[in-house]
Ligand binder design. Structure first.
Ligand code: IPM
Ligand code: MN
Length: 367
């Protein structure tokens, strides 16, 4: 397979973890006979300082021409971010426009913690039982993120409004993705998350999800209020093993919580898929405090590359090879800096580059 990829390495630890993601992708290309052409482009806070725009035209062109986009985290220190005008900050000025441009409505965020790695989690092993394998599916281009925003002032005070809006079609589209994914997982469970006791959008959401459900009679369907889901994720998370469907804002919050539950945001890869193309990115930020020190965990970036192979190009075997290599690295006792404990031996603690090298070696050996 021959594919063109736009590479947006981003800010902070972005370049370091991107290098490891591409190192692994190069090994996949070599081993399975694929060809990936990389087109790097500026994107994020650094791109604002160098080009006056966090999503400059040359990045748009590179993304338009690419078959898929590999994106690193964006954002710099609080001081530097405050010096950027609000509409040019990377969240509003780059990430949301990227999502809107390719209508990447389906955000896949796997929450995976196998039994042998339960110690990564701050939760007790008896709560985690045989481990977590939840695919959180977050709607990514609708809801309050993309609704009208109003900031105004009148004599007597200021006001602000964020409109949360969903159409029937938008909900149906993401519901189909969640039900289809649920058909592929053991137990075929799909848990629909919402806030229908308060929000009109959630009531529409549920009506549509219930309708789409009729087309997937084999799926075991559950429905839960988002506040209860947040609670249950901590006290009994294994009940969600399977697929969870979330709207944009609720999905943003619960996927970060999931990162905490499995022990690190460094374990949260993600894929954002639209009708024509997709992009992949770690679900975490750019960690400017540890940038340039070769200590960042590249798992989420490498995992995002694995998700791209599967979700964008249908390369399931290649994707599996990456997951298996990362899992056997951990199984052999190696740890990235974010996952080390006081009992981790110094020689088992991997730098960013050593982590990538080891994943490559394990793929090569067919671990
Ligand atoms: C995420 C991030 C983004 C979001 C921010 C950076 C705009 O937190 O991908 O989860 O809120 O969607
Ligand atoms: Mn987030």
């Amino acid at each position: 397979m021959k594919k063109k990829l736009a590479i947006l390495e981003g800010d902070g630890i972005g370049p370091e973890i991107m290098a490891e993601g591409l190192k692994v992708l190069n090994e996949i290309a070599r081993k399975y006979g694929h060809e990936f052409e990389y087109c790097p482009a500026p994107f994020g806070a650094n791109a604002y300082f160098s080009h006056g725009d966090p999503f400059p035209q040359e990045a748009k062109d590179a993304c338009d021409e690419a078959d898929a986009i590999v994106k690193g985290p964006v954002g710099l220190s609080v001081d530097k971010m405050e010096s950027i005008p609000q509409d040019k900050r990377p969240e509003i000025g780059a990430i949301l426009p990227l999502r809107a441009r390719y209508r990447t409505f389906a955000n896949y965020r796997p929450v995976y913690l196998p039994k042998e790695l339960l110690a990564f989690s701050p939760l007790k092993p008896e709560i985690l039982k045989d481990g977590l394998d939840i695919l959180m599916i977050r709607e990514l281009v609708g809801g309050i993120y993309f609704g009208e925003k109003i900031e105004g002032s009148t004599t007597g005070g200021s006001h602000a409004k964020d409109i949360c809006a969903y159409t029937r079609e938008e909900v149906a589209q993401i519901a189909h993705v969640a039900f289809r994914e649920a058909m592929k997982v053991p137990g075929k469970l799909m848990t629909n998350v919402h806030k229908s006791n308060v929000l009109a959008t959630s009531r529409l959401w549920n009506i549509v999800v219930e309708k789409v459900r009729q087309e997937y009679p084999e799926v075991v369907y559950k429905s839960i209020l988002v506040d209860n889901a947040a609670f249950q994720l901590v006290v009994n998370p294994t009940q969600f093993n399977g697929v969870m469907l979330l709207e944009n804002m609720q999905g943003d919050i619960l996927t970060d919580q999931a990162g905490g539950i499995i022990g690190s945001l460094g374990l949260m890869p993600s894929a954002c898929i639209g009708p024509e193309k997709g992009y992949v990115e770690p679900a975490h930020g750019s960690a400017p405090d540890i940038a340039g020190r070769n200590i960042a965990n590249p798992y989420s970036m490498i995992g995002s590359v694995a998700l791209m192979l599967e979700k964008c190009f249908g390369l399931e075997e290649e994707s599996r090879a990456i997951w298996e290599a990362m899992r056997s690295l951990f199984r052999a006792g190696y740890r990235s800096h974010d996952l080390k404990t006081t009992s981790t031996a110094a020689e088992k603690i991997l730098s960013t580059t050593a982590f990538g090298d080891m994943v490559v070696k394990l793929i090569r050996e067919g671990a």
